[in-house]
Write a protein of this length. Sequence first.
Length: 137
Amino acid sequence: MDVHAKGVGALSAVAATKNPVIFIGTGVLIDEFRVFGVRQFVSRMLELDNSNPMLMTETQIIRIAQASGQPVEDVMDLLEEYKHFEGTRRKMKGLKIPKEYERGALFVLRRQALERNVLLQKKLEHIGKMYQAGMLD
């Protein structure tokens, strides 16, 4: 679909075909295709937070605070900072890295993503152990 197939038209196409829509913006290269995510689009329209993969309830925030030994206010502040950071990061998507630095930047980004995944996995394992021990009931 071209740049004019946004919004309701793209939603209708997804609903009718049951297939994801590829969006190509102006000046986008073929290897930079993005799949149109209906849920993310609708949640942005409804002003729901889609930067956080799981929308946390109050009890989940309290459990995280208890598990980490931090006050609930600090955990909530950290979540707000994360949301702000994600919003800023989304706005910067259009910035291009010069070709000569692209390889090094990709390496750094991949390494950071791997580190985040490893740290997240360790945190989840730790929280799971605490839950099994009955500390998070």
